[in-house]
Write a protein that binds this ligand. Structure first.
Ligand code: ZN
Ligand code: ZN
Length: 345
């Protein structure tokens, strides 16, 4: 097994623009005008444009509303937060571990911002829980991942996939771990998101859903970033583009979707008003197909080419400033755009 080379701290003999995405050489100096990939800087700008913190969100209404939700809704709400908290915690660390092996200072920079955003996501879960439940309950929610058997099975699927890379960092294991990454950020979050958007369209827990929407927007960029990294690694190392990898990817998305459906039945199932399990199941298969295709795999589920939860599109694809679904705050961090850029300030 060929272990990947770690990026070195400083190399005065190497160029700023690295010689390879992995196993390359780079001075490790970051000059955005002298980087290997032309997509890195636009991605950086978009990631910065998403900047937000939970402090912007006023929880007052949600605090009043939470006790009026049905007990099943409350339970699902907490279980989904518990799940997201585990995934985002692991994700923060995974991003840093991948970054160590990307021999390009700009990609390292993007991974640091990604990890920072995962920290904010985790903060938002503590922020929501500390508003609506006791400290004791909050601690319990953060321990769900250890105690709930269905949740455990679903999470171990990802964490074992990540472990393979962490314990043996080879090109093959990096590629496989990115498949798990896209499952985490691009599939496993999505039925949780659907649950919160469904509450929001029934005028429930809108502040929490606003936060979920911000997280969703970040995750869309993260999936895009890992998709780029995956494709560039293969581009530069075409020997790894094998039928075995394609089969592995297709199977992983299939297995992930089935785990997600099993979990959805348990957590959302028949007890959430306005969200049919059959629709959710179709939605999960649709998302699994979409993500598999993004990485160049055959779709694991025949059919399922359109989104069965039509209403969700309006919540998910929210373009800042065009919507009044959520309590859109004045978001001073995001005022810098091309039309109103640093240069004019
Ligand atoms: Zn996240
Ligand atoms: Zn993410």
């Amino acid at each position: 097994m060929n272990r990947l080379k770690q990026r070195i701290l400083i190399d005065s003999e190497a160029p700023n623009k690295s010689t390879g995405i992995v196993n390359g050489r780079s001075s490790n100096i970051l000059n955005w005008d002298d980087v290997r990939f032309s997509w890195a800087y636009p991605k950086y700008k978009r990631m910065l444009g998403n900047f937000w913190t939970p402090f912007e969100i006023n929880m007052a209404k949600d605090i009043k509303q939470f006790p009026t939700l049905s007990s099943r809704e409350q339970e699902s709400f907490l279980k989904i937060i518990g799940l997201l908290a585990l995934l985002d915690s692991v994700q923060t660390d995974y991003a840093g571990k991948v970054a160590d092996y990307l021999t390009d200072s700009s990609l390292n920079a993007l991974m640091i911002i990604l990890a920072q955003q995962e920290v904010v996501h985790n903060h938002s879960y503590s922020y929501v829980l500390s508003s609506i439940v006791s400290k004791k309950k909050q601690d319990e929610v953060f321990d769900f991942w250890k105690n709930d058997p269905i949740l455990k099975k679903r999470n171990e699927f990802i964490t074992n996939g990540y472990k393979g890379f962490v314990e043996s960092p080879t090109i093959e294991n990096l590629l496989k771990s990115i498949i798990y990454d896209v499952i985490l950020e691009g599939l496993f979050f999505y039925s949780g998101f659907a649950f919160f958007y469904n509450l929001a369209r029934n005028q429930k827990m809108v502040a929490t859903s606003t936060m979920i929407n911000y997280i969703n927007r970040d995750e869309q960029l993260h999936v895009g970033l890992f998709e780029k990294i995956y494709k560039e690694v293969l581009n530069e190392n075409p020997d790894y583009q094998t039928d075995e990898l394609r089969k592995f990817g297709q199977d992983a998305f299939k297995q992930a979707a089935l785990l997600e459906i099993e979990w959805g039945r348990d957590i959302i199932g028949a007890h959430v008003e306005g969200l049919l399990m059959s629709d959710l199941e179709d939605y999960i298969k649709f998302m699994a197909n979409k993500r598999a295709k993004q990485l160049g795999f055959e779709e694991p589920f025949q059919g399922y080419k359109t989104n069965p939860l039509k209403w969700i599109i309006a919540y998910q694809e929210v373009d800042r400033g065009k919507t009044d679904f959520f309590e859109q705050k004045s978001r001073q961090y995001t005022k810098t755009s091309d039309a109103n850029g640093f240069d004019e300030l």
